[in-house]
Design a protein. Structure first.
Length: 459
């Protein structure tokens, strides 16, 4: 593409975004923020500022609640969150909130004022918007360095860890992230495929966060070359955010055969078998299942079948991801479930059964029930289990950390482990598995860490 063509393409894209910005009603009830956004981003206000041409101020409003706008704007399940609560969507198409959010954050990264919006006194003049909200509980006052000189360790550089680190750094804390890989990002770098999230955007976002003065120690893993006891003794507080990425099993016959993989592991390690001209079954209905199915199809699989025990309307995956998977030739078997994996040492066939949805007492949604006698067999070369993930229990046991009945790390309402200086959030504690919810945990935990340290200083 020539430079002239590229300029014309960018111009068209900007014009489309500006039309979306104008389309917003800026309603005062703010259902998109209050009912739809996990982070409670002030959506009508930042869109109003963008409509007035003040993208920098729009960014500053957004940066009060999030540091991952370029990412969440691209990958959040908007139709089930903010856009699903948009007033415009009642009678027509909702405002493309995600596109506007990523546009505003992308502009901040491109123009170089990303870091200025989230931290420094000299580069963060008191705007009219901040003055009006300065005394409210929701405002993050970037100018008061309440944690100056305090040291905080963050274990895990995914969405929760990065967000917590950023909000603590803007308060003046000396933050060190301990990351088990040689790259930060967690699921952003080691899970979501490139075709869904451009890794250059991830790198720019992470670099801007780190430039707040955050230190990073790579190739550090709890229980191997990192001691929680040492961290607790050497830092004022510790925030654990290493996620839950051990694939769950269905506990069915044949699950240990060669050719059965965990979806989270495949995406995290990016270590796939040869799918050329093979048939692959992906079990599950979330975004991990969609990411696995689309990745496997792109790697040459002849046939990819997503098997989900509920209906399409109940799939937790984003509507757009399901639609994109269908466009790419992926098959879907709704209201079907896998019962056995068959083969002599390796996967050869699978047995499935059809299901019906039944409303049971005490259940919020209909429960899939097997239809007796509806079993059938399909030839298959590989099976990918994408039915959820869990915490690596060995870490919790070795570090003598408490766990819940569902085997997540147990924390109190302050994201705190009992009365210690150790806090945790994100998938590790069982939070809804989306980037936005993990980021919210990181942000809210940073406030509790600040409160905890202030109390310790006063005692």
């Amino acid at each position: 593409m020539s430079e002239k063509q590229e300029i014309n393409v960018n111009k068209v894209e900007i014009e489309k975004i500006q039309e979306e910005i104008k389309y917003c009603l800026n309603c005062t009830a703010k259902p998109c923020s209050k009912n739809g956004c996990p982070l409670s981003n002030d959506i009508p206000t930042f869109i109003k500022l963008a409509k007035e041409g003040n993208l920098e101020e729009a960014y500053r409003v957004l940066s009060e609640t999030t540091v991952l706008g370029s990412i969440c704007g691209r990958i959040c399940p908007h139709q089930k969150q903010c856009e699903g609560s948009c007033v415009r969507g009642i009678k027509g198409k909702p405002v493309s909130i995600g596109k506007i959010e990523s546009y505003i954050f992308d502009n901040a990264l491109e123009k170089g004022y990303y870091k200025d919006g989230i931290g420094s006194d000299e580069h963060n003049p008191k705007s009219e918007h901040v003055e009006k909200k300065e005394n409210t509980q929701n405002t993050v006052n970037c100018r008061i360095k309440t944690l100056k000189g305090k040291k905080i360790a963050v274990v895990g550089g995914g969405p929760a860890g990065l967000t917590c680190s950023s909000f603590l750094a803007r308060k003046g804390a000396e933050v060190t992230i301990y990351e088990k890989y040689d790259k930060l990002g967690g699921i952003l770098s080691h899970g979501i495929p490139d075709f869904r999230l451009d890794k250059s955007i991830v790198e720019k976002t992470i670099n801007a966060i780190i430039e707040q003065g955050i230190k990073v120690e790579y190739n550090k893993e709890l229980g191997k070359n990192l001691s929680l006891k040492d961290l607790s003794q050497n830092y004022n507080a510790v925030f654990l955010a290493f996620g839950a990425n051990i694939p769950r099993k269905m506990v069915i016959e044949g699950e240990d055969l060669e050719g059965v993989y965990g979806g989270n592991t495949l995406l995290e390690l990016n270590c796939h078998p040869n799918y050329q001209n093979k048939s692959v079954a992906v079990i599950g209905g979330g975004n991990v299942a969609m990411d696995c199915a689309r990745t496997i199809k792109r790697l040459g699989a002849k046939r990819v079948v997503v098997i989900y025990r509920r209906s399409e309307a109940e799939m937790p995956a984003e509507v757009k991801e399901i639609a994109d998977a269908k466009k790419e030739g992926i098959e879907f078997l709704f209201q079907n479930n896998i019962t056995k994996i068959l083969g002599n040492g390796k996967v050869e066939k699978i047995e499935c059964i059809k299901t019906e949805l039944v409303q049971k007492e005490g259940e919020n949604r209909k429960v899939p029930v097997d239809i007796e006698g509806s079993n059938y067999i399909m030839n298959m070369d590989y099976v990918v289990m994408a039915v959820g993930a869990k915490v690596e229990l060995g870490i919790l046991e070795n570090e003598k950390l408490p766990s819940t009945k569902k085997k997540y790390l147990e924390v109190n309402e302050n994201y705190q482990i009992e009365e210690t200086n150790i806090f945790a959030g994100g998938d590790l504690v069982g939070t809804t598995s989306t980037v936005a919810w993990a980021a919210k945990d990181g942000r809210e935990a940073s406030k509790k860490i600040e409160e905890y340290i202030k109390k310790k200083v006063m005692c």
